[in-house]
Design a protein around this ligand. Structure first.
Ligand SMILES: *Cc1c(COP(=O)(O)O)cnc(C)c1O
Length: 376
């Protein structure tokens, strides 16, 4: 079986997890959480980086920090994971879906302004496959209309837009360390911000609305309930796993980029023959090799492809069912304009196996089997 994804761990993972018990601190914000915070602040060059228990949790924090009133609107793509929308629905806000760009499959920045109403409070952009949205245009619109920008950077670790790390360009950034992402701790996530006002409040919200983080730093002599909040911090056991993976992040990225490049080189001929379309990376954006996908010309070809590969025990999943067509999307969200690109991409995209421990033999078998599909 060639899996679509296999979670990574390292020689140090077990040692670090056992060390958490030696430290006698297995709850949140222990030694390994601090190590991860420092690592991310350096890596992302940002003021605040807070580990949370999932990308979903980071998005929920962002939605609370956006201070939305019931009925406030947040513009986002429909071609995304449900957590992008759920976070705002939980605050009583209304996700407003707009179509995506045909090249990067990111929300189409030229369609944002027409979707803005007096209730619009934020734009939540998703960097699909780790390739940046057109951030200059999005930030310019946000400034002109006084909107917050939340980056769903769940897939965007180690990716850049005009040299800036994704997740740190808008007001808030949300990363995921789910086992399917480049950097992982099974479940896990990170909330980042450079805005000092948001940063102070983010600490409270993550700690059940208490000022416990200030207390631990000796800035107040007792801690108390001062804000809304929930429990978003992970156990230090998760942070220990994550830290062991961060230490090999360069190797992970190198390997993923190698696999991505091999796929690209093998399948460019199919694109030249107009059989498939490969990913497009605009010049201002980098590729973090989070995902390798193709687009087919029809749902039928994709269905045949997936079942062909399945016969050879190779997993090639499709991706999002558009949120605007989901029961919750129909009930709790609004759609602005034509969604034809979202609908077409949802029907025709397929993802190929890519993970750190993928062997050259499995990579070669996957490429060979895919080329054979087209020969038969
Ligand atoms: C993975 C993902 C999430 C959710 O992250 P979890 O860590 O699984 O909660 C949210 N948005 C996008 C775009 C994702 O890919």
């Amino acid at each position: 079986m060639i899996n679509f994804n296999v979670p990574t761990y390292t020689d140090k993972t077990k040692q670090y997890i056992l060390d958490v018990f030696a430290e006698k601190h297995a709850s949140g914000d222990g030694k390994y959480t601090k190590l991860c915070h420092d690592w991310f602040k350096r890596q992302l060059n940002c003021k605040q980086a807070l580990l949370v228990h999932s990308g979903t949790a980071a998005l929920e924090m962002a939605a609370i920090l956006a201070d939305l009133k019931p009925g406030d609107e947040v513009i986002m793509p429909s071609y995304t994971f449900c957590s992008t929308a759920n976070a705002f629905v939980l605050q009583g806000a209304v996700p407003v879906f707009i179509d995506i760009r045909p090249d990067t499959l990111n929300l189409d920045e030229t369609k944002i302004e027409a979707a803005i109403t007096s209730k619009t409070k934020a734009i939540c952009c998703v960097h699909y496959a780790g390739v940046s949205c057109e951030m200059d245009t999005i930030m310019d619109i946000a400034r002109r209309y006084n909107l917050l920008v939340i980056e769903d950077a769940a897939q965007a670790f180690d990716s850049y837009y005009k040299g800036k790390p994704l997740g740190t360009i808008g007001d808030m950034g949300c990363f995921s360390f789910h086992e399917t992402k480049n950097i992982m701790s099974g479940e896990g996530g990170l909330f980042v911000t450079n805005n000092p006002k948001i940063s102070d409040r983010a600490e409270l919200i993550r700690e059940k609305g208490t000022n416990r983080s200030k207390f631990f730093r000796g800035q107040v002599d007792k801690y108390t309930w001062v804000d809304k909040g929930s429990s978003y911090l992970p156990s230090d056991i998760i942070a220990a796993y994550l830290y062991s993976v961060l230490e090999i992040s360069n190797n992970i990225q190198e390997k993923r980029k190698y696999i991505w490049q091999k796929y690209y080189e093998a399948f460019i001929q199919l694109q030249d023959q107009k059989k498939i379309r490969l990913p497009i990376i605009p010049t201002d954006c980098t590729n973090n090799a989070h995902m390798f996908y193709f687009l087919f010309d029809s749902l039928e070809t994709r269905t045949d492809f997936i079942s062909y590969l399945k016969r050879y025990d190779i997993q090639t999943p499709f991706h999002y069912i558009p949120l605007h067509s989901a029961p919750m999307g129909l009930d709790h969200c609004r759609t602005h304009g034509d969604m034809s690109i979202t609908n077409r991409v949802s029907d025709t995209l397929v993802r190929l196996p890519i993970y750190f421990d993928m062997t050259d033999t499995d990579l070669k078998t996957t490429i060979k089997t895919i080329l054979e599909f087209w020969e038969k």
